[in-house]
Design a binder for this molecule. Structure first.
Ligand code: FES
Length: 112
């Protein structure tokens, strides 16, 4: 059983106020109940250094890294959890559904 991805969720001062911040306790409970930690690791972090677009999440895998920012829809977190559960069950990272991708940010948008 190998790690498929690492999900870093910022709980820093710029990100946490956005829509009440990430649902830390609910995510921890779901990750634990779904036994995801060995397949899709979840880490809550301090500032990820991209406060210009708060509500930041970084998902890293062997395929690369993707940023998600300005997450203002609480249902996004459920979509993230469902995608992680489905990927773990499949044994590979599945394509991200549109509801996740709507907050995806390419590196270039940060650097411009
Ligand atoms: S506080 Fe979240 S990126 Fe800085």
């Amino acid at each position: 059983m190998s790690l498929l991805a690492q999900v870093l969720v910022c709980t820093g001062g710029a990100c946490s106020p956005v829509c009440g911040g990430p649902p830390v306790d609910a995510l921890k409970r779901r990750w634990k109940a779904s036994q995801l930690y060995g397949r899709v690791h979840l880490t809550f972090t301090g500032c990820l250094g991209r406060c210009d677009r708060p509500a930041q999440v970084l998902i890293s895998s062997h395929d690369g890294s993707r940023w998600f920012s300005a997450i203002d829809d609480p249902s996004w977190w459920d979509a993230l959890s469902t995608w992680a559960e489905s990927s773990a069950a499949a044994g590979r990272l599945l394509p991200m559904p549109p509801e996740l991708n709507q907050y995806s940010q390419p590196w270039s948008s940060h650097e411009s």
